[in-house]
Design a protein around this ligand. Structure first.
Ligand SMILES: [Fe+2]
Ligand SMILES: [Fe+2]
Length: 234
């Protein structure tokens, strides 16, 4: 039986959005079995904005899997935001994995990070700041590989904020590609195998792409979709 996956990212809710966002998800349980939210949930990552997110998604009729985005880290409240979201009964990935739908679906991932794409990427060379930047992404990719390998489910999805390929960045200025994603994230998925990779972050990018290994990649940033969420079949 097909699994119907709804996905959206970069909803960027502020406190002014309180009580208004939920209407966009009305009836989602008739169209999807699970909702994946690909980070940048808030504008500035405040605890108050995190509370708005938790309130808008609480009690939704289908399970929701969140990752945070760079905006959600801005106020150093990311751990509190994750705890508030988990308290709703939904899931938050932080370089980890969850099994849903009675073991039919595994979702692995987290925020991800940048660094660029093969042939045009930063390396762990030179200044300590450069090494730290690239090491952060490499360590994330290593943890995703382990999280994915641990999933003994019928289907596997990788959920990220940052992009794993540049296909889905088309429309963004090439100068900022290294800050939009990293090929290391795609390498981790290709090494283990997955049915689908969902990401956001690239508001001016393109919805559809693929990894070198042929995994479908979908940029679900709200401005890219131009609709409340996309749905994909597995
Ligand atoms: Fe965003
Ligand atoms: Fe972002």
């Amino acid at each position: 039986m097909t699994i119907r996956v709804a996905a959206v990212g970069d909803i960027h809710l502020s406190e002014h959005a309180r009580g208004t966002y939920r209407a966009r998800l009305n009836g989602i349980e008739e169209r999807a079995d699970v909702l994946l939210v690909a980070g940048d949930l808030t504008r500035h990552g405040t605890v108050e904005e995190g509370q708005v997110i938790a309130d808008e998604f609480r009690g939704l009729a289908i399970p929701v899997v969140f990752v945070l985005g760079n905006h959600d880290y801005h106020s150093d409240a990311e751990q509190e935001i994750m705890a508030m979201l988990r308290a709703t009964g939904h899931f938050v990935l932080d370089d980890s994995a969850e099994v849903l739908l009675g073991g039919r679906l595994g979702v692995a991932g987290g925020k991800g990070f940048g660094g660029g794409f093969a042939g045009k990427c930063a390396n762990e060379f030179g200044e300590p700041e450069t090494k730290a930047f690239v090491r952060h992404t490499r360590e994330i990719a290593d943890r995703w590989r382990i999280a994915l390998k641990g999933l003994d489910t019928q289907h596997r999805i990788v959920l990220s904020h940052y992009a794993p390929v540049k296909d889905t960045l088309a429309g963004e200025p090439p100068e900022i590609y290294p800050f939009l994603g990293s090929y290391l994230l795609a390498e981790a998925a290709d090494a283990v195998g997955a049915d689908l990779i969902i990401h956001g972050h690239a508001h001016a990018g393109t919805e559809k792409g693929a990894t070198p290994g042929g995994i479908r990649v979908r940029n679900v940033a709200l401005p890219v979709l131009g609709r409340s969420y996309a749905t994909y079949g597995l």
